[in-house]
Write a protein that binds this ligand. Structure first.
Ligand code: GDP
Length: 220
């Protein structure tokens, strides 16, 4: 009981509006120290990742990343507290990006998903009208093989009527049913702020992961 109370009070203390830019990294080697907990956001370019992060943090400028294809793509870290971070991964899916750059991106992502100790989960954004692209499936595959939980946002849900949106939700869930324990899927609209509380709840659960409590208890 005491434990539950402690956990709910910790969940309540995360305030996404307090997110601040921490640093950019061109690769995981120059990421901030691998301590505490972080949640990463990934998705095809134009999937609505910046809009989702901006809606979550109520900060229009936070996720204003360079969107020019071929530019150096950076991983951006935002701090929520001393030991909790949000991570904005470079968008993928630019047709015009040179092959060598795509390969490098793949290597970085695979390594980040598989080796980053503080990573608690991946939020994967997909435009509800084009879910599960090849690269999305690749991200899911890397995450699954690392045992990394994935929470999928079917973005721009306001673009579809309720019936078709819900049909897509069920279809995506069915397509991923083999990963039932690791993957959850929800509808999301940054424009209407639909699905925001579900997303916040998932992030809070990940960021206040029990292992963080254990680490803290051990260090007392
Ligand atoms: P990113 O490249 O993944 O960061 O995508 P952006 O957040 O920049 O969004 C790409 C485009 O989709 C922009 O024109 C946004 O205004 C639009 N967009 C993003 N979220 C929504 C949404 O919830 N509803 C609608 N209708 N449009 C959205």
């Amino acid at each position: 009981m005491q434990e539950n109370t402690d956990k709910s009070s910790r969940l309540a203390t995360i305030n996404f509006r307090r997110a601040e830019f921490l640093q950019s990294a061109s690769a995981i080697d120059n990421a901030p120290p691998d301590q505490g907990s972080e949640v990463a956001f990934a998705g095809r370019s134009n999937a609505g990742k910046s809009s989702a992060i901006n809606t979550l943090t109520e900060n229009k400028k936070l996720a204003r990343t360079s969107k020019t294809p071929g530019r150096t793509q950076l991983i951006n870290f935002f701090s929520l507290s001393d030991n909790q971070r949000l991570v904005d991964l470079p968008g993928y899916g630019f047709a015009k990006v040179p092959l060598a750059m795509k390969r490098r991106w793949n290597e970085h992502m695979e390594r980040y998903l598989q080796t980053r100790q503080s990573l608690r989960g991946l939020v994967l954004l997909m435009d509800i009208r084009h879910p599960l692209t090849e690269q999305d499936q690749q991200m899911i595959h890397w995450s699954a093989s690392a045992g990394m939980p994935v929470h999928i946002l079917l973005t721009k849900a306001d673009k579809l009527k309720r019936g078709p949106a819900s049909a897509t939700l069920h279809k995506v869930r069915a397509a991923l049913s083999e990963f039932e324990d690791l993957i959850s899927v929800q509808l999301f609209s940054a424009l209407k702020r639909d699905g925001l509380s579900t997303l916040e709840r998932q992030l809070k659960l990940w960021l206040t992961d029990d292992s963080v409590f254990e680490e803290e208890i051990e260090s007392v």
